[in-house]
Design a protein around this ligand. Structure first.
Ligand code: MLT
Ligand code: MN
Ligand code: ZN
Length: 306
């Protein structure tokens, strides 16, 4: 299985357009040792020809152009075989609307996530200009399903299982409808040829037995790296919401995810990094601590092979 990180930042990206925090201002000025980052999305492939996107960010056009593997090979073509959504947050699905140039797409999502995107959304009509312009494959929690190639439905060599992990409904749906375990899932993606397994959990509110189950059996784990501390936004004077209010498990500190992940054997990579996170500084003490725990920080363009 091949992986390419298209975007590694949380919603808003790094720097964020309306943010002048120390990190954002520093990366703009070039005074900070840090790389700018686009919003979270990862491409995975078993054969290096057909790619599945894990989330589709508002920056998808630029992300496709940044990676030759996603360039068309004919007058009308895309190597993107499917798009997997792990929740309905706009940083994960807004890019669907940018892929509206009359190209057949396949979306993999739970029913709750699909409905959150499609129902009452007049803009969705732009993806319904012909039958099956965007065809949905419904993810049933805990049920393994093959990821198929769009032309003819041959097996791609990857199989997917979605499992419910602690999280929340997207902001725009918080007051609409009841929360469901389908609102936020983690992915297990297995290469049927090599048996290698990726666990993809880019939004995790905290520990649960399912988090253990996903992380435990994986060869590589991508994990929620949004915030270093709970009160990062509050302390920077940027808001009142703590990491927990936003359903993100902070990385640092006694109860942080770094401590949890430090005991896991798999290759571990943090993704969905918020622009306020001190981990973004390449030469900071937090990054040194992370490295010491054997954990990597994703950056745009990172490629790896399992
Ligand atoms: C999140 O990761 O918490 C969300 O993307 C926040 C948002 O929807 O802006
Ligand atoms: Mn997000
Ligand atoms: Zn900022």
């Amino acid at each position: 299985m091949r992986l390419r990180v298209l975007g590694s930042a949380a919603g808003g990206g790094f720097p964020q357009w309306n943010c002048g925090c120390l990190n954002c201002a520093g990366v703009r000025a070039g005074s900070l040792r840090a790389a700018s980052r686009t919003q979270e999305s990862v491409a995975v492939s078993a054969d290096g020809q057909h790619w599945f996107l894990l989330n589709v960010s508002p920056e998808v056009r630029q992300q496709i152009e940044s990676f030759e593997g996603l360039w068309p090979q004919r007058a009308r073509h895309s190597p993107i075989a499917g798009i997997l959504l792990n929740n309905g947050d706009l940083d994960h699905c807004l890019g669907l609307l940018s892929l509206r140039e009359s190209h057949p797409l396949v979306g993999y999502a739970t029913e709750a996530v699909r409905r959150g995107f499609t129902e009452g959304n007049v803009l969705y009509k732009t993806l319904q200009r012909f039958p099956e312009q965007l065809r949905w494959e419904t993810l049933v929690l805990g049920r393994e399903m093959p990821l198929l190639l769009p032309d003819g439905g041959a097996e791609s060599g990857l199989v997917l299982t979605a499992l419910p992990v602690p999280g929340k409904r997207p902001l725009h749906l918080e007051t609409l409808g009841a929360p469901s375990p389908e609102d936020n899932v983690g992915f297990r993606i297995r290469d049927t040829r090599t048996g290698k397994t990726l666990a993809y959990l880019s939004a995790v509110a905290g520990w649960s037995p399912v988090v253990d189950e996903l992380v435990g059996g994986a060869d590589c784990v991508f994990f929620d790296g949004t915030f270093w501390t709970s009160d990062e936004l509050v302390n920077a004077g940027l808001g009142t919401r703590r990491a927990e209010d936003m359903a993100h498990w902070p990385v640092g500190g006694v109860g942080g995810s770094m401590k949890y992940l430090s005991e896991i054997r798999a290759r571990r990579v943090l993704i969905h990094i918020n622009n306020t996170n001190p981990l973004l500084r390449d030469d900071g003490p937090e990054r040194a601590e992370l490295s010491k725990a054997g954990i990597e920080l994703a950056h745009d363009g990172l490629e790896l092979e399992l």
